[in-house]
Design a protein around this ligand. Sequence first.
Ligand SMILES: NC(=O)C1=CN([C@@H]2O[C@H](COP(=O)(O)OP(=O)(O)OC[C@H]3O[C@@H](n4cnc5c(N)ncnc54)[C@H](O)[C@@H]3O)[C@@H](O)[C@H]2O)C=CC1
Ligand SMILES: Nc1nc(O)c(N)c(N[C@@H]2O[C@H](COP(=O)(O)O)[C@@H](O)[C@H]2O)n1
Length: 219
Amino acid sequence: MHVLVNAAISADGKLSSRRREQIAISGPEDFDRVDRVRADSDAVMVGVGTVLADDPSLTLDAPERRERRIESGKSANPARVVADSRARTPTDARVLDDEATTYVLVADAAPAERVAALRSAGAEIVRAGEDRVALPAALEQLEAAGIDRLMVEGGGELIFSLFEDGLVDELSVFVGPKLIGGRDAPTLADGEGFVEEFPALTLEDVERLDDGVVLTWIA
Ligand SMILES: NC(=O)C1=CN([C@@H]2O[C@H](COP(=O)(O)OP(=O)(O)OC[C@H]3O[C@@H](n4cnc5c(N)ncnc54)[C@H](O)[C@@H]3O)[C@@H](O)[C@H]2O)C=CC1
Ligand SMILES: Nc1nc(O)c(N)c(N[C@@H]2O[C@H](COP(=O)(O)O)[C@@H](O)[C@H]2O)n1
C-alpha cells in the first residue's frame, strides 16, 4: 500500500486554531489539487478528532472527476477511513452518508453498543489493537479489501502515529499565507513527539500555488 499524507499548515506550522475549528488555509488552486489527489486515491483517511472538529465529507468536489472514476470502473468517490479507537464517530457524521464506503477502524476498547450503532449507520468496521487502533494491522486489512493508495488528511495525532509506525511513503504539505499561533493549536505532527530518532524526508517537489507553496517529500 502507498500512503500519502496531505495537509495544509499555516506559515507557523499549525493545522487549525487552538479552538480546533477548521480554517481555510488552502486557496482555490490548492483545494483543486487536493480534489485531484483524492480522485487518484482508493481511500481518504482522517482521525476521529478531525471528524469531531470538522465533520468533513471527504468526497470529490469536481463532478468530472467522479465521472472519470466511474468510467474506469471505480466508485464515484474514494472510500473513507476513520481511525476511531473508541467508536466515537457520530452516527449522523457526514463521513457516514451514502456517498462512499466508509471503514471505521476501532480497537477492542470500543464499546460494543457504539460499534453496533456505527455498523447500523452503514460503516464497515475494521478491528485492530487493544486500547488504540494498531495502524499497521488495520492498514493490512484495508489493503486486503483492495485499498492500494491511501491518502491521509490528518489530523496531527494520526499523522504522528503513522510516522511513528513507519507507514508513510510520501508527505505533501501546503504552507499557506496565514499565521495562526497558539501553543495548544494542532500542528502537522502532534502525539508524543520524537526525541532521539527523527524521520528523515527527501524533498521531491516544490510548487507555488495560490499565495503559498506545496512541498512534497518522500518519507
Ligand atoms: N489543515 C489541515 O489540512 C487539516 C486540519 N485538521 C485539523 O486537525 C484537528 C484534529 O486533529 P487531532 O485532534 O490531532 O485529531 P486526529 O484527526 O489526528 O484524530 C486523533 C484521534 O484518532 C484516533 N486514533 C485511533 N488510532 C490512533 C492512532 N493509532 N494514533 C493516533 N490517533 C488514533 C484517536 O481517537 C485520536 O484521539 C482539527 O482541528 C482539524 O481541523 C485536520 C485535518 C487536516
Ligand atoms: N487541504 C486542506 N486545506 C485546508 O485549508 C484545510 N482546512 C483542510 N482541511 C481538511 O479538509 C477536510 C474537509 O474536507 P471536506 O471538504 O469536508 O471534504 C477537513 O476535515 C480537513 O481534513 N485541508
